[in-house]
Design a protein around this ligand. Structure first.
Ligand SMILES: [Zn+2]
Length: 114
């Protein structure tokens, strides 16, 4: 008996909890962090192999009598500089007593045995 255990890299599905588009191979939704059943036929765990990029930044509060509005936008470009994805992650306002810290992380999955 032989079973074909071949994944299509980059294949996606919808998280049953938050409806975000996630990798079919994911065991944990990177958005809502709920455990999801792997779409793969094997029982091997698929967690991020490493974090390829992580950036943190904090916006300090504006002057006392000001309010700032912000939009956090993330985009992905391919090797030719073409934008393949663009999404507004969140918007809001920032008053003098407030700060916001933004974190961007790119998690890479490397199937075992490759
Ligand atoms: Zn989710």
């Amino acid at each position: 008996m032989s079973t074909v255990n071949q994944r299509t890299p980059g294949k996606t599905r919808s998280c049953p909890h938050c409806r975000a588009t996630i990798l079919e191979s994911a065991n944990v939704c990177p958005g809502c962090r709920h455990h999801v059943r792997s779409g793969a036929s094997s029982s091997e765990s698929v967690f991020p192999s490493f974090t390829a990029l992580k950036v943190d930044g904090t916006i300090k509060p504006p002057a006392a009598d000001q309010v700032w509005e912000y939009s956090m936008v993330v985009s992905i470009r391919n090797e030719r500089g073409e934008e393949v994805a663009r999404q507004i992650v969140g918007v809001g306002a920032l008053a003098a007593s407030e700060t916001r810290t933004f974190t961007l992380a790119v998690e890479v999955f490397k199937p075992e045995g490759r």
